[in-house]
Design a protein around this ligand. Structure first.
Ligand SMILES: Cc1cc2nc3c(=O)[nH]c(=O)nc-3n(C[C@H](O)[C@H](O)[C@H](O)COP(=O)(O)O)c2cc1C
Length: 194
């Protein structure tokens, strides 16, 4: 934990991510900003920085999905820090097409979690898992384009910033209510008497 100049306590949170083309990094930055605005002390970093989750009081981590799995460097990070992730309250997010699927073929698949993604959440004992829609570039090959269209998915920036902010707020509620209060005794005393 840290304290700012007014002795206000700030819980320390790591937001770490893996991205191939940048959309997941922007989602991680947005989650970090929201948690910061809500009063936490936040570090946003790529998994390539390999920050130790034990140095923070809570961890939010996420990756783009490619071919039904998290990016390899992300899965490797969760393996390397498996014990620390179990010891810290940790939340997992993915970035892919899922929440953007529509229509008779796409809708039933909206809530499908690829087994490789579910396995990461299970192993790290994530307190929550949230899939977000990402940025879907128009594929070069016609076959993939047709499949994506059949699943009712548009191409372009499909990110739902409001859903991302709401999810970050639920994490703040957990942090504020479950992590131990770290107020200095003197301040607690003055607050009791006011
Ligand atoms: C090669 C490739 C494979 C992908 N495979 C999947 C997939 O299996 N499931 C899915 O939901 N999205 C898939 N996507 C969509 C990406 O997850 C989506 O574009 C995401 O926003 C990429 O995040 P990034 O910009 O951080 O790399 C794939 C994209 C690419 C380029």
């Amino acid at each position: 934990m840290t304290t700012d100049s007014s002795d206000r306590t700030e819980h320390t949170v790591l937001v770490t991510y893996a991205t191939a083309r940048g959309s997941t990094a922007e989602i991680a930055e947005s989650i970090g900003k929201r948690l910061r605005d809500n009063g936490s002390h936040v570090r946003v970093a790529s998994v390539s920085e390999d920050l130790d989750p034990m140095l923070f009081e809570a961890v939010v981590l996420g990756s783009a999905i490619h071919n039904g799995a998290f990016l390899p460097e992300f899965t490797e990070y969760t393996e390397r820090h498996r014990l620390a992730l179990r010891l810290r309250p940790a939340w997992l997010f993915s970035v892919g097409m899922g929440p953007a699927l529509r229509g008779p073929l796409g809708f039933p698949l909206r809530h499908y979690t690829p087994p490789a993604v579910a396995a990461v959440g299970r192993k790290m004992c994530a307190l929550g898992y949230q899939p977000f829609a990402g940025v879907l570039r128009r594929p070069d090959d016609a076959r993939t384009r047709i499949i994506v269209r059949l699943l009712g998915c548009r191409f372009g920036d499909l990110r739902d910033w409001q859903a991302i902010a709401v999810w970050a707020d639920t994490i703040t509620v957990w942090i504020d209510t479950r992590l131990p209060s770290t107020l200095f005794p003197a301040r607690q005393e003055s607050e009791r008497s006011s």
